[in-house]
Design a protein around this ligand. Structure first.
Ligand SMILES: *[C@@H]1O[C@H](CO)[C@@H](O)[C@H](O)[C@H]1NC(C)=O
Ligand SMILES: *[C@@H]1O[C@H](CO)[C@@H](O)[C@H](O)[C@H]1NC(C)=O
Ligand SMILES: *[C@@H]1O[C@H](CO)[C@@H](O)[C@H](O)[C@H]1NC(C)=O
Length: 212
């Protein structure tokens, strides 16, 4: 009796254990397939940590992954696991930093205690960073058109505008080479942040493929 009972319960226990192992393995496979790339645009899990992980993974392929994650993770819940949404948020953050640089430059360009060279360089920066701001606004507006049939055309146009914005920021920074006054340090810090955020936005946008 005792033996039979044992003989009966023991296999059923081990098949439960097997079942549990199978479920865990299946979950791990599911999780790792979601975690390996940031390519998942649809997923059944919409937990806070999976959204945060999605941003971490998408940021891993950018040039400034830590800045990317710290600047975009506050938007994890609204982005979910949608790369188009992440691209839009990345562009908005980049535009915000560019607007801040532009405002700083405009203010500093009015300072009276600058040399003629400094004033000329800062004025160039005002116009370059101003252009970058317009280019980012245009690309942000075009993100809405990604659902249209000509996805490839729209995405390459967006990439061209973002890339132009990055070039403009870098042209401003190049013009400051050799100038190390207090004013140039402020400008360099601000425009470098804008340029890095723009570079990250470009990398994220380049990873968007058509889901339509
Ligand atoms: C991702 O977000 C975009 C922009 O909000 C939307 O048009 C698109 O349908 C979303 N894609 C998926 C797969 O949910
Ligand atoms: C731009 O400046 C505002 C106001 O100071 C600030 O809240 C915001 O975080 C800045 N944007 C970026 C991207 O640094
Ligand atoms: C400032 O401009 C003058 C004349 O264009 C030039 O000779 C000089 O090298 C410049 N100074 C710096 C620090 O670039």
């Amino acid at each position: 009796m005792e033996m039979m009972k044992k003989g009966f319960t023991s296999p059923s226990y081990s098949s439960n254990a097997l079942m549990a192992v199978a479920i865990i393995v299946a979950l791990l496979v599911l999780m790792s397939s979601n975690m390996k790339t940031c390519s998942a645009t649809t997923t059944t899990t919409t937990t806070k940590s999976s959204n945060t992980n999605f941003i971490r993974l998408c940021c891993a392929s950018t040039t400034y992954p830590n800045l990317c994650f710290s600047s975009l993770s506050p938007y994890a819940s609204s982005v979910g696991t949608n790369r188009t949404k992440l691209g839009i948020v990345a562009l908005k953050v980049s535009l915000s930093a560019t607007r801040n640089s532009s405002a700083l430059l405009t203010k500093l360009s009015l300072k009276h205690d600058l040399t003629a060279n400094e004033t000329a360089n800062i004025k160039d920066c005002v116009s370059e960073v101003g252009d970058a701001k317009d280019e980012l606004k245009r690309s942000l507006a075009q993100m809405k058109d990604l659902g249209a049939p000509d996805f490839e055309f729209t995405i390459s146009s967006i990439e061209a505008w973002v890339s132009a914005a990055l070039t403009d920021d870098n042209t401003c920074l190049d013009g400051l080479d050799g100038f190390n006054g207090k004013v140039e340090k402020w400008i360099r810090k601000s425009v470098t942040l804008a340029a890095r955020l723009t570079s990250n936005a470009l990398a994220i946008i380049e990873s968007i493929t058509s889901n339509y």
